[in-house]
Design a protein around this ligand. Structure first.
Ligand code: NAP
Length: 251
């Protein structure tokens, strides 16, 4: 690892897709800031794996549902690395399975605060540092949407699907807003990926149970999503901005 390694912040980097992105990014020469909400051990394990392999990483606690935490996360990246070149807006939640006619405003506030407001505020902090308009050297942002954005998640969590549709639109708008400022902005739409998120929504077997509905007849892995994100982060995607890549086994 050289002192001038590009720096990547991954929100929700402690587990699942985010952890896979952190590990893959380190292998591709990024220094990595591994954000997490509460699972310090998992974040430290990701950092340990990277450091043991000769890479550079730090764990940064912070809830992207809290604006003051977002400012503190970026301040820690500034203090430790002195630069930021990439952001993966990965942190996201589902909630328990409910119909729309059962959902409370408290549930919706939390869903949109973490999945949407958190991603937009993180991107804003990244743009302040990356944009040539603000004296930065450019950078790249990848947002993590979901196939739910276009499928709707009826009978499971329509609020989550709507939050991810907001991420799709945000990706298009921000990409165009900063296209001349050295920043590319893209998103991935994972399909059904085998991570802890399904258990957190009360459906631990969801990935396996939904396999028959997936054209490839299997859930994806976090590593497969990470590979797509690493491509969008890389110079190989230098003319790609405002794109949303489905990573869904054909679903
Ligand atoms: P996961 O296994 O549940 O991991 C979630 C990660 O996000 C953890 O690192 C968690 O930190 C962190 N996190 C949760 N809330 C946070 C908050 N408020 N602030 C900061 N970090 C927070 O989830 P995943 O399946 O990898 O999902 C990652 C992203 O992919 C999400 O945006 C999700 O919507 C999207 N996605 C997933 C699937 C799928 O099938 N798995 C499909 C489509 C899209 P702690 O470890 O500290 O809890």
């Amino acid at each position: 690892m050289t002192d001038d390694a590009p720096v990547l912040l991954v929100t929700g980097g402690s587990r699942g897709i985010g952890a896979a992105v952190c590990l893959a990014a380190a292998q591709h020469g990024w220094a990595v800031a591994v954000n997490y909400a509460s699972n310090k051990d998992a974040a430290e394990a990701v950092v340990g794996t990277i450091v043991d392999a000769g890479g550079e990483a730090i764990a940064i606690a912070g809830d992207v549902g809290k604006p003051e935490d977002i400012k503190a996360i970026f301040a820690k990246v500034d203090a430790h690395f002195g630069r930021i070149d990439g952001l993966v807006n990965n942190a996201g939640i589902v909630d328990s399975v409910q119909r729309v006619d059962e959902m409370t405003s408290e549930r919706l506030d939390r869903m949109f605060r973490i999945n949407v407001t958190g991603s937009i505020l993180c991107a804003g902090q990244a743009v302040l540092r990356m944009s040539t308009r603000h004296g930065g050297k450019g950078g790249v942002i990848v947002n993590v949407s979901s196939m739910a954005a276009i499928l709707g998640s009826a009978g499971q969590y329509v609020d989550y699907a709507a939050s991810k549709a907001a991420i799709d639109t945000f990706t298009l708008g921000l990409a165009r807003e900063v296209a001349t400022e050295g920043i590319r902005v893209n998103a991935v739409r994972p399909g059904i990926i085998d991570t802890d998120i399904h258990a957190s929504g009360g459906l631990p077997d969801r990935a396996r149970d939904m396999s028959p509905l997936i054209p490839m007849q299997r859930p994806g892995t976090a590593d497969e999503v990470a590979d797509a994100i690493l491509y969008l982060l890389s110079p190989h995607a230098s003319y790609i901005t405002g794109s949303i890549l489905n990573v869904s086994g054909g679903r």
